[in-house]
Design a protein around this ligand. Sequence first.
Ligand SMILES: [Zn+2]
Ligand SMILES: [Zn+2]
Ligand SMILES: [Zn+2]
Length: 354
Amino acid sequence: MQPGDMPAPGSQQMPQMQQFSGYEQSGGFGQMAPMAAPPPPPMPSGNPPPMQFASVGQLRQSECQDALLAFAGENCCYSKAPAKEHTVTNTRPSTALHYTLETFCESRTSGYISEPYSGQPINGPGGGAPPPPWSVPVAPDEEFKDHVKKLEVPGTATITPCSRCHQMGFTKCPGCQGVAVLNCTWCHGRGRRNGKMCLQCAGRGQKVCRKCGGDGRVTCELCNGYRQMKCFIQLVVTFKNHLEDHILETTSLPDKLIRDAQGKPIFSQTMPQVWPIAAYPVPEMAQASVRIVESHRTKFPNERRLNQRQVLRGVPVTEVEYTWNETTGRYWVYGEERKVYCPEYPKKCCCTIQ
Ligand SMILES: [Zn+2]
Ligand SMILES: [Zn+2]
Ligand SMILES: [Zn+2]
């Protein structure tokens, strides 16, 4: 291959890369390969720490009526009359429970990367073997939040000549194939058009190649003209927050609405391996916690577990029965912010004259 000849696209030439202990599984250039995760931390032993469960207040009837009025006000097409005039015949206050377990993990991949080398000091193999993939310290920017961090594995950087330009720093111009001039497209190289001198090329029949400015060469796209490449192993650390929840809601309110409603904390705990809230006095919730905590122990075998957080919240829900204008109906007021669920609001369009 001559200097300036382009390698075929996709056939990124890979020089004989230095191999490093612990990184035998690394992917080739630009190909990240997963690094097998270390074993999970041992199970905690002994008794779970004492757990205190807070209690949650409930909504008064007048608060429910106010909430329905606010709800009607938010929907511009709803008449306020039913909200103002309805008679509450029964209220059933309850507390929905929302349990969440988050398991915060990281996975690591590595692969060779190359970039133009501009002469800066490098962290090469001279200083001993690189740290094993799981020993490279990488702290998350924020716990319990998905994000990705990339870094160079220390001790793996080497300098290689650029394979595309053979250390010339430039390649043959693809616009003119190195000839530097092109036939004028207006006069097709004749210099004259319609019997007159071609104004586009001033009669020369040729124009200077714009891509290379008449040089016939362009700066090498691979090394940016630096002639050398720095190759190193890149470590890609993917932080992932696995969230699983359970909602216990006993009225006809759709359970999923509880997920985004504000509640009061009943219990929360953050530690590398949480204890399920097996002692919680509501058996279904205690069992859900045991099941979810148990499943997260083995659910992410290719990831290293970093931390866990469990939260139990109580969300007030009041089911209200009412009469208005000889009709009866139900609505629900839920959440600390007093959201209203009222799919059959009696007078949805105030424009209609009844
Ligand atoms: Zn180059
Ligand atoms: Zn050119
Ligand atoms: Zn011309």
